[in-house]
Design a protein around this ligand. Structure first.
Ligand SMILES: [Zn+2]
Length: 351
């Protein structure tokens, strides 16, 4: 079976005159991670959303993971958002027409900066997905806004970044490879259920949704994913990793050898034991093992992976940033393995 990212490389080198195959790029090559933390949303004092987490994470990457290339996330356009979202809702966000009730459900007051940040959050995941299809793996330093439905936002999520990026990648794939279908897998390991994503793809068998989440956590009305795994409060590393292994086995069995071309890994830091909202008890080491297992399982099957950071609300925000940072370090390790398997010499160096 051909690897997705090999398909990706061929896609660019065959179809885009002037673009050189990645193997010739040499020293310019590195894992790309998309950021949008400079689009800050003004929040009232005492608001529980950790807005500064994102700039702290970018500082950490710059300092400790120099082999990761930081790229500014583009803004998603109305037409891209409308692949998933009701155009009336897209307009309401863009033009400040959200009702007070809609704003309360999202958890953010509307402002032009709120609308711009929401577009950038989707744009970062689109860019990461496009890059992953070409290079095997890419990340975005925000995103994972999985509580957003087609017609409404919820739980700090305005638009559903993964859903929009999935539909757009399928459309681009189909256009460049007429007749080809890009199957997509969503591996949602944020501690909260991916209810918006499950709802959007409920009747779409080209996108498989897996969610591992706290049974007693938000959202209290869950939507059926293709596979939901509910975890009890206080769940620790060993039980979590066992549940993850079992879930991934079911995912692969459901695909019967016809692997998806692209996976979105929603790598929430909120299952961590130091999280204010998570209710689970995973250690930092347990979460690193989670990340390795997901990336290795996708890598072994040649599935490109776009990683979003998603939730993380630590009592100490620095501990949350530690978890996100190690997810990015695992992405880098994975990318180096992909490069190695593809017979290219990685120029990225140590991290
Ligand atoms: Zn979460």
């Amino acid at each position: 079976m051909q690897h997705a990212y090999q398909l990706g490389s061929g896609w660019y080198s065959e179809k885009t005159p002037g673009k050189r195959p990645r193997a010739q790029l040499g020293r310019l090559a590195a894992v790309k991670a998309y950021y949008s933390d400079h689009f800050v949303l003004p929040l009232p004092a005492g608001h529980r959303f950790p807005m500064h987490k994102y700039s702290l994470l970018r500082d950490r990457v710059r300092e400790h993971l120099p082999a990761i290339e930081l790229c500014e996330a583009p803004a998603a356009r109305d037409g891209e958002l409308a692949l998933v979202h009701d155009p009336v809702y897209v307009t309401a966000v863009a033009e400040g027409l959200l009702s007070p009730a809609q704003q309360r459900e999202i958890g953010f007051p509307w402002s032009p900066a709120m609308a711009e940040r929401a577009r950038r959050s989707v744009g970062g995941t689109i860019a990461a997905a496009r890059t992953a299809l070409r290079e095997g793996v890419s990340a975005q330093l925000a995103g994972g806004t999985h509580h957003a439905y087609a017609g409404k936002g919820s739980g700090f999520c305005v638009f559903n970044d993964v859903a929009v990026a999935a539909r757009l990648m399928q459309a681009e794939w189909h256009r460049l490879k007429p007749g080809a279908l890009l199957r997509v897998l969503v591996i949602d390991l944020d501690v909260h259920q991916g209810n918006g994503t499950a709802s959007i793809f409920a009747r779409d068998d080209t996108v498989y949704t897996l969610s591992l989440h706290g049974a007693r956590n938000f959202p209290f009305r869950k939507e059926p994913s293709d596979l939901d795994v509910e975890l009890p409060d206080g769940c620790e590393d060993q039980a979590y990793l066992q549940a993850l292994d079992g879930a991934l086995e079911q995912v692969w069995a459901a695909h019967a050898g016809a692997w998806p071309g692209l996976a979105f890994f929603v790598a929430g830091a909120d299952p961590h034991e130091g999280d204010r909202l998570g209710r689970l008890k995973l250690t930092r080491e347990g979460l690193a093992e989670r990340d390795r297992r997901v990336l290795n399982a996708c890598g072994q099957r040649g599935i490109a992976v776009a990683v979003s950071m998603a939730g993380g609300y630590g009592h100490e925000i620095a501990r949350t940033v530690d978890v996100h940072q190690q997810t990015l370090a695992e992405c880098l390790r994975h990318w180096q393995a992909v490069e190695h398997r593809a017979g290219r010499s990685s120029q990225a160096g140590a991290y």
